[in-house]
Ligand binder design. Sequence first.
Ligand code: FES
Ligand SMILES: [Fe+2]
Length: 443
Amino acid sequence: MLSASDNDLICRSGPQTPGGRLMRHYWVPVALTSELPGPDCDPLRVRLLGEDLVAFRDSAGRPGLVSAFCPHRGAALFFGRNEEGGLRCAYHGWKFDVAGRCLDLPNESDNPALRERIRLAAYPVVERAHLLWAYMGPEREPPPFPGFQFWDLPDEQISVVKIYQEQNWLQGLEGVIDPSHAPFLHSAAPAARRDQAVSALRTERIADYYWATSGWHYQVEADDHRVLIAASRPVSSEQEFWRMNVFLLPFYAMGPVRSGADPVANVNARIPIDDEHHFIYSITWHPLRALTDDEKRFGEEVYGVTLGFEKGDPRHPGSEWMTKANRANDYLLDRQAQRTTSYTGIPVVIAQDQAMTEGMGPIADRSGEHLVKADLGIASARRVFLRAAKALRDQGTPPPGVFDTSGYGVRAPSKLMPAGVQDWVGALSEFYRCRPGINPPQP
Ligand code: FES
Ligand SMILES: [Fe+2]
C-alpha cells in the first residue's frame, strides 16, 4: 500500500509537482513523427505532463514544441497559421519560430525591442525511433539521449504503437511490471485453457510455462533508477522457467518477450497527458534486422489498433488515439465468450488490462491495497520513483539515469535455465543486457 501523500506524489505529473519535476529531467516522447508529416503541416494539439502545448514543423521541416497560448493575450496557437518559417497566431498575427523566438508583431510593428524581448515557451525536440522527443527539464544543455538499444537503429528495425488511456499513468505502468496477472487476465477461459484460443500472447514467443497460475518464485534487484523483476518456476528436476519484467525511471516498463532464437524486444513508455490520462507508446525493435509485417501486426493486434480509433474530442487532447475497445463500451465485453473461451470475454489484450486498471478509477487509491510477494516488483518500482522524486524535491539531487544512461540498454527476456540458479542477475545478464548492434545469444 501507499500513503495518500506518497500516492499523490507519485501520480501527479504537473509542472509544479515533485513527480512531474522528476519526469522533466528525462527526454519525454511527445508524439509520433508521422503526426507532423511534413514542412508547414497542420499544428498538433499536445497535452503533456499536464501542460498544454502545440507541436508544429516549420518550412524547413524542423519540429517544435511550444506553449499552447500566445504570449500576446493567450489565444490558442493551435488555430494558428503555420507558414514561412513559423507559427502565426490567428488572433493578431504574432509569429514565432520553433525555438519560441518572436518573428513578427504586426500590430506593434514599430517596436522591435518588444519583438526581441517576447518569448514563447519552447522545448527542444529531436526525432528518433518514429517519435518526437522533448526535453522539458531545467538544464540549459539537454542531457544525453536515453540509452535504449533502439535509439541508434534504422527506422525499419523499430515499430511504435500509440494508444490513449483513461487512467493515471502509474496504474497502467504497474500492469506491465505485474508478473502474476497474465496467466489469469490474458488467458483462455478455464474450459478452453488447453487451447488458449483467444489470447494473442499465445505464440511461440512465450513458452507454455508462462501460463502457469501458481508455483512462482519472485525476486527483485533494484538500483537507483532500474528494477529487474524475476519470476521463476521449476518445469522439471533439471530446469526452471524464468521470466523478467523491468522498470526504468521515470515511466518505462518492459514485459517478458520471446524466449526463442529471435530477440525482438519491447518497451512501454507510459506518458502522462495529465493526471487522469496517458499515452502508451509501445516501442518494439530488433537489433539486427528489419521487423517483419507479422511482428508489426502482432503489436497492432495486442493494442487493439487493428479495430480502429474513436473520433476523438478536441477538449481531450489525444483522445483521437482511443481505440474502439474502451471504457464507454465495457471494452467490448462478451459474457458468452467469458463463459466459453476467454478468461475475461474481452477480445483485445490491452483492453483486458484497461478494464482492470481503468476500472480502479482515474487515479487509483493505493491506501487499501494488500500487496503480496507477486507484487514485489511494483512495490520496488514505487520506492525507486519516490526516492528519486523526494531527493530532487528535498535536496535538489539530480535524478539518476539522466546523465549516465547505460542502465537503459536492457530488455526483458524469458528463458529456460538450469535448476538451482543462485545469482540470477548474473546468470540472466547476457539475456537482458543489450549492446548496440549485438544480438545476445538465445539458444
Ligand atoms: S493573442 Fe496572439 S496575436 Fe494576439
Ligand atoms: Fe497485461
